[in-house]
Design a protein around this ligand. Structure first.
Ligand SMILES: *Cc1c(COP(=O)(O)O)cnc(C)c1O
Length: 377
């Protein structure tokens, strides 16, 4: 058996069950756009996508054309929406890999139309509406003009209209305002929309405000399908999403040091008692951010052990004083469950002073992803 110093276990069965639960909670006409940007939030895009394709995803969304091209290698036929802007030298990838671009400006419409003509094809595009986030999208009050321009461009096919609810996890009033702005755009389109137009707005947190009478016919789900709630007390907990990823390392050495000893770079911590320490074989070079220094806990032999001092690039020091049976080689869980104890990615990201999306994306490429389907073994 190969030994690992730091690894992530990815439960493909949990991914499939999460998708099933989310789909079951949605109105039947909703298409499920699986958001798999940033290597499927660090879970490993190709394996996640292959499983999602078998489990009922209607479509995929990625950040850029390179992610789109890589995804296209996994399978043909599924539409792939590129959420980010396409740079001029990337335009030819759209036709080559059958990708759908997002457009926000008249200039993009012209550039993509020229690219479609060069490739002798018609390119599908989704029109993005800025309903208040101030990032991508045409400002909602100017959307009608850009809509008309796309409709009048034969080299482009309008395949969708969408917006992004940037505060769905934190500010229901603002989200409601965004929703109303989006609905006003949809109601006031200057000419009839194509029949098969996809209309979408909701991300994981937005699902909470999705009504059965919603005029939307697609959702874009990232975080929730990986088993993480968009915020801790979300009612989406009723869906009982299962964590897909767990994050592990090992105890490298154990040793005793006397009270008063300063620990790690910067000596930000001095031992309050004679202590037994464990030096773990993972650090910020693997995905335990330095912001977790002196704050995070890990599970060893089913017990919570606090991180002592600064997290370093390749090692992290923990307090093993209360777990005397722990020894070199032991498995350590950074995110995940050991017996009755569990550290979720929400708890981990509070310690790391980041958001769960970021915690997933911070697990580096040094960390092998091991794919398991425990229930099927
Ligand atoms: C990343 C992203 C999503 C997915 O958001 P989650 O909160 O992970 O569900 C949806 N839409 C857009 C535009 C995104 O960039």
């Amino acid at each position: 058996m190969k030994a690992y110093r730091c690894w992530a276990e990815i439960d493909l069965g949990a991914l499939e069950r999460n998708l099933g639960r989310i789909r079951a909670a949605l109105p039947p006409h909703m298409q499920y756009v699986a958001v798999v940007k940033a290597d499927a939030y660090g879970h490993g895009m190709p394996r996640m996508v292959a499983r999602l394709m078998q489990s009922g995803a209607s479509m995929f969304a990625v950040a850029n054309v390179y992610e789109g091209a890589e995804l296209r290698e996994v399978g043909r036929g599924w539409p792939i929406l590129v959420l980010g802007p396409v740079l001029p030298e990337e335009e030819r990838c759209l036709a080559e890999y059958e990708l759908t671009a997002t457009v926000s400006t008249p200039e993009e419409v012209e550039r993509l139309a020229a690219a479609a003509q060069r490739a002798n094809t018609i390119l599908p595009v989704h029109l993005k509406i800025d309903t208040g986030m101030g990032r991508l999208g045409v400002w909602h009050e100017e959307a009608a003009g850009l809509y008309r321009k796309i409709m009048a461009t034969p080299a482009l096919k309008l395949a969708g209209i969408f917006t992004h609810f940037s505060s769905a996890d934190a500010d229901p009033d603002f989200t409601n305002e965004q929703r109303n702005r989006f609905l006003r755009v949809l109601e006031s389109l200057p000419e009839p929309a194509p029949r098969d137009l996809l209309i979408h707005a909701d991300n994981s947190a937005g699902l909470e405000t999705l009504s059965p009478e919603s005029p939307f016919n697609a959702v874009r789900v990232g975080l929730l399908q990986f088993g993480c709630l968009p915020y801790p007390d979300s009612f989406l907990a009723e869906l009982k999403p299962e964590p897909v990823l767990s994050f592990h390392t090992r105890v490298g050495i154990t040793k005793h040091l006397p009270a008063g000893t300063g620990i790690s770079y910067g000596q930000t911590r001095h031992l309050e008692r004679d202590s037994r320490l464990g030096v773990l074989t993972a650090g910020y070079g693997d995905g335990i951010p330095t912001t977790a220094s002196n704050r995070a806990q890990v599970l060893i032999r089913g017990r919570r052990c606090p991180v002592l001092g600064r997290v370093t690039m390749d090692q992290t020091i923990v307090d093993l004083t209360d777990v005397p049976e722990a020894q070199a080689g032991d498995n350590v869980t950074i995110i995940g469950r050991q017996g009755a104890e569990e550290i979720g990615v929400q708890e981990f990201s509070r310690w790391a002073d980041c958001i769960p999306w970021e915690a997933f994306c911070s697990i580096t490429k040094r960390v092998p992803r091991l794919y398991t389907t425990p229930r099927e073994l």
